[in-house]
Design a protein around this ligand. Structure first.
Ligand code: DAH
Length: 339
């Protein structure tokens, strides 16, 4: 019996020694001391021991159990301590570190420029409206007097979703949505994102923003267009800003023009900024074509109007003297913070 108990003890101590984790130690406890463990089996076999030897054997079993238990407990507490120490080392919290600052975002130069343009036109009694970024061919082209086979469409080779549905190439389609509602007079601007399959470079991006403008009322003339846009240019670029209109072609306006502003950097003398010309091109405009009015159920004999469209990025680049459009899309906070 003595030999058997010594064997059990030697086995148990070896297992404890070799245990590489708390789970292994627990296994040892179950295998040796548990209900079905080796020591318990010995106790169960007491009935085979002569009655006069039983107290002695019992005592030997208990001693062995106590010895194994003591070693086991010691091993468990050592292992737990080691585990805790490792945890303390790896999960240090340095309470003296400064707190994390909540970094505030910054308004994008596009947004700042857009709000500035909106502010100016709202001040002149305009309403700000939004149109859909996904358009049908009708709103993007047809209703703007650009029929299916017109070369003006080629210039705006664009992203089609299906045969007739596309990402809008211009905000001009919003004019049609507003005219269709049939409420006159109209005085609106429509800022928004537009899409063209352009390569990315310093002045192009496949997605950019435009601001559209439309005024329709009785007796609106080119003089109204000139006066309004001249006033707008002064508000945006400064009181001394002069404007100049160059004849141009847009299908949806007749006559059409492009408007230049005198260079706000050199005052018109000519500099690097305006490439020596003294003028900077800023927007397209014109008197709304009678076909466009008619298609939206407005009688061109009774009503007339003017429209204009400008690139928002272009305004932002000019106003903040940014020389590469790509900077506007990188969202580098060091860049954005400057405006
Ligand atoms: N949609 C034109 C473009 O993308 C800009 C434009 C020009 C809009 C003249 C107008 C306008 O409303 O009258 O180039």
């Amino acid at each position: 019996m003595r030999a058997k108990l010594d064997q059990i003890k030697a086995d148990a101590l070896a297992q404890i020694q070799n245990a590489d984790g708390l789970e292994k130690l627990n296994e040892v406890r179950v295998n040796v001391l548990g209900k079905k463990g080796a020591l318990t089996a010995v106790l169960k076999s007491m009935k085979d021991v002569a009655p006069e030897d039983r107290p002695k054997v019992g005592q030997m079993v208990n001693e062995t159990r106590a010895e194994i238990e003591a070693v086991l407990e010691d091993a468990i507490s050592k292992m737990e301590r080691a585990k805790r120490e490792l945890q303390m080392k790896t999960e240090v919290i340095d309470v003296t570190l400064p707190a994390k600052k909540h970094t505030k975002g910054h308004r994008h130069p596009n947004t700042i420029a857009m709000e500035e343009v909106e502010r100016i036109f709202i001040g002149m009694g305009y309403e700000v409206v939004e149109g859909p970024e996904i358009e049908t061919d009708y709103y993007n082209f047809e209703a703007l007097n650009i029929p299916a086979d017109h070369p003006a469409k080629d210039e705006q080779d664009t992203f089609y979703i299906s045969g007739d549905i596309l990402l809008r190439t211009q905000t001009s389609g919003t004019q049609v949505h507003v005219m269709e509602q049939g409420k006159l007079p109209i005085r609106m601007i429509a800022p928004g994102r537009v899409f063209r399959s352009d390569e990315v470079d310093a002045t192009h991006s496949p997605s950019f923003h435009q601001i559209e403008g439309l005024v329709i009322d009785k007796h609106i003339t080119f003089a109204d267009l000139k006066g309004t846009l001249a006033e707008f240019a002064k508000e945006l670029f400064g009181e001394e800003t002069k404007v100049k209109f160059r004849p141009h072609h847009f299908n949806f306006t007749e006559p059409s023009a492009e408007m230049d502003v005198s260079c706000f950097k050199c005052g018109g003398k000519g500099c690097r900024f305006c490439k020596g010309s003294g003028w900077i091109e800023i927007l397209g405009c014109g008197m709304v074509h009678p076909n466009v009015l008619r298609m939206s159920n407005i009688d061109p004999e009774k009503y007339s109007g003017f429209a204009f469209g400008m690139g928002l990025e272009r305004i932002a680049l000019l106003k903040y003297e940014i020389d590469d459009m790509r900077l506007l899309y990188e969202n580098d906070i060091r860049f954005l913070k400057q405006f």
